[in-house]
Design a protein around this ligand. Structure first.
Ligand code: ADP
Length: 683
């Protein structure tokens, strides 16, 4: 019905056939249990109803028996009285007394009367009726039947003539002396008295009881406990001589109520609870299945990701024991995962010579002070060493508790090689740039060297002349005379040597090395070379070095190169301006934003930098000069950044450009203040 893809995606919603079977049995059992639970109260109710019905039948039977028994007793007494009358030897008064006694003792009787053969009243317990013919027709019919049959008869109940109540049931006992009819003894029962006297109160309280005739017409009823509900009813024939009446009982009780019953209530509550918990269980299991599925996917995804990673992953617990390594890590160190997991330090990939460093770092890890990122050296299983970059981060479980450390390990051998190559090329480039700079100032250099050399030459010539002039007068040569000339020649030779040395150190290709240097030292050492160019273009140099500047940890030659490049550009930018404005200013001061840093500014009054030039200023090989190499500023920026500083430029408000570079100061190492100096080379 659903596509396979769809089913796979919503696997937890559409259980497979096996899962469905696993569910089916408990669901069937639960339904069986629930239907039993529901059937039980229904069955109980049925039983209760049956019980009530049976009880009613038994009670009705009992009432019928009671009525019948009482009527039978009355009949017996009446028969005895009738026998006395027909015998004729009992005085009338005595008969009357016996009738009165019968009346007194049986309240269901409302009247007893004796009539003679003509129907005239002989004895009566009350005044009416005066003669037999005053009786209602139903009673007269019964009297007729009794006389004909010569046996007592009950009449169909009827009210007295011209009245509507009470309903009277007359019992006619025909009186015969031999074969001669001598009269009728009539006992009248009030039906309501029969019901009130002969039916026990407890029965009347629970049931409505009625006397009905054969046509089901209610003749009288008693409903002390209210009308019957028609739920439990019973019909019991009351067979009397000459007539059949019925007792109809109708319980005032209704059906046993289902809900109020504690049992039903608890069963329903229990069923609902059970259904709810079943539903909750089903929902929970579904959720779990969904979560499990998602988790499995996550795990598969993670495993695939970890396996495809080039970065090594290594997890350690709080004791430093390895709990996990990924394939990349195993490949990196050349040791399989099973030999690494569970290992405690020292690790098999630790290089013996770096053991101390590892131990130290490990104790830091245990103390909770882990270095988040560091470089170290690991050893492969074949003993080969390789540099690695490690990032450590705490491993935290879902309760937020730290359970260990996760490290990602990067094999940086390749990166190191590239970096080395880069560095070497940079050095070569810088050396070439320095050579180029030197080439540019070579003529000035030759001129500078020419002076000391010429001086040396003239001093030595002078000295030789002196020796020659005294050669003719042997022993008269005072060597003291030669001393000043030779000293001066020596000084000039030293000066030339100094120039040659500074050129040599500047041009020599070398590894950068940092040392603490003071800013005045730095500027002083490069000033002679700057002056060489400044002379050429008739530029005045004005330096201002603030007092209390911190030293900087720097490579002297690199910074000299920066200064030389910036000043050379500045000087060249001013070759067209008015000679009076050709002033190169070098200012060294504390950085206003970060006072621990030094800022050196090279300020010129040249032609300035247009926005197009500014965009490409630091690009390698960008130059606006006919013979420019275009590497100067690029090298400057690299060198400044190598020292942790920045190189920026801005327009000079007085016209020209300001190049500024900052250098991080070395703590608060103060250097003695250098007096402001102004060197003017203007001729
Ligand atoms: P090069 O000096 O060999 O041209 P640089 O990298 O030192 O190479 O300079 C690049 C360009 O920047 C220069 O050609 C010049 O146009 C411009 N420039 C550098 N410094 C200044 C300056 N102080 N004033 C004006 N322009 C400058």
């Amino acid at each position: 019905m659903f596509s396979r893809k769809f089913r796979q995606k919503f696997n937890f919603v559409f259980p497979t056939r096996r899962q469905a079977w696993r569910w089916l049995l408990p669901i069937l059992l639960v339904f069986l249990f629930l239907s039993t639970l529901l059937w039980l109260p229904w069955q109980t109710q049925r039983m209760e109803a049956n019980e009530r019905q049976e009880q009613l039948i038994a009670d009705t039977l009992w009432v019928e028996q009671t009525i019948r028994f009482q009527l039978a007793r009355d009949e017996e007494t009446l028969h005895l009285i009738a026998a006395d009358i027909t015998a004729g030897d009992t005085p009338e008064q005595r008969v009357r007394d016996r009738i009165m006694a019968l009346m007194r003792n049986n309240h269901e009787l409302s009247r007893i009367a004796q009539f003679d053969a003509d129907g005239d009243l002989v004895i009566s317990t009350d005044d009416t009726p005066a003669s037999l013919s005053d009786l209602p027709p139903e009673s007269l019919a019964a009297a007729e039947d009794a006389r004909n049959a010569r046996s007592p008869h009950y009449s169909h109940p009827a009210p007295p003539r011209n009245m509507s109540s009470p309903m009277l049931l007359d019992y006619h006992v025909p009186l015969f002396k031999g074969d001669e009819y001598i009269g009728d003894l009539v006992a009248s029962y009030s039906l309501s008295s029969i019901l009130s006297e002969m039916v026990p109160w407890w029965f009347a309280q629970d049931n409505e009881i009625a006397i009905v005739d054969q046509d089901d017409v209610v003749l009288d009823r008693r409903a002390a406990g209210g009308p019957g509900r028609g739920v439990y009813t019973h019909h019991r024939p009351l067979e009397l001589d000459g007539i059949t009446l019925s007792l109809r009982t109708n319980s005032v009780k209704g059906e046993p109520k289902l809900l109020p019953s504690l049992l039903v209530g608890s069963v329903i509550a229990l069923s609902l609870g059970l259904l709810w918990s079943l539903y909750a269980l089903w929902r929970d299991i579904n959720r779990r299945l969904a979560a499990e599925g998602a988790l499995r996917q996550q795990v598969a995804f993670r495993t695939a990701m970890e396996n495809s990673l080039m970065t090594g992953l290594r997890a350690r617990d709080l004791n430093g024991r390895i709990t996990y390594v990924n394939p990349a890590f195993c490949e990196m160190v050349g040791i399989p995962a099973e030999k690494l997991v569970g290992k405690s330090p020292p690790m098999p990939y630790w290089a013996p010579e770096a053991m101390n460093e590892y131990q130290q770092r490990f104790s830091q890890v245990l103390a909770g002070r882990v270095t988040p990122q560091f470089e170290t050296v690991f050893q492969r299983s074949n003993g080969e060493r390789f540099p690695v970059l490690i990032f450590e981060s705490p491993l935290v479980d879902d309760t937020g508790k730290q359970t260990g450390w996760m490290g990602s390990i990067l094999d940086i051998s390749d990166r190191k090689q590239v970096e080395d190559l880069n560095r070497r090329q940079q050095e070569k480039l810088q050396a070439s740039a320095r050579l180029a700079t030197m080439g540019e100032i070579a003529s000035t250099l030759a001129h500078e060297l020419n002076q000391p050399l010429a001086a040396i030459s003239s001093y030595t010539t002078g000295a030789l002349n002196m020796i020659d002039s005294h050669a003719s007068k042997p022993g008269s040569l005072d060597l003291e005379i030669l001393k000043p000339a030779l000293e001066k020649a020596g000084i000039q030779a030293q000066r030339a040597g100094h120039i040659i040395r500074s050129v040599h150190t500047f041009v020599k290709r070398r590894e950068p090395s940092r040392e603490p240097i003071t800013v005045p030292e730095l500027i002083d050492s490069v000033i002679p070379l700057i002056e060489l160019q400044a002379h050429q273009f008739f530029v005045a140099i004005n330096t201002r070095i603030d007092s209390n500047l911190p030293s900087v940890l720097a490579d002297r030659v690199m910074l000299e190169q920066v200064l030389l490049n910036l000043t050379r550009n500045a000087i060249e930018a001013m070759h067209d301006v008015d000679p009076a404005r050709r002033i190169l200013r070098i200012v060294a001061e504390r950085d206003a934003a970060q006072p621990q840093n030094v800022v050196i500014s090279v300020i010129d009054n040249g032609y300035g930098i247009s926005s197009e030039v500014a965009e490409r200023l630091f690009s390698p090989f960008f130059s606006t000069k006919a013979e420019g190499m275009g590497m100067g500023l690029n090298i400057c920026r690299t060198a400044v950044e190598f020292h942790g500083g920045t190189l920026t430029h801005a327009g000079n408000p007085d016209g020209g450009t300001i190049f500024r570079f900052s250098l991080p100061g070395l703590g608060d190492t103060f250097v003695p203040s250098a007096p402001d100096s102004a060197i003017i080379n203007g001729n």
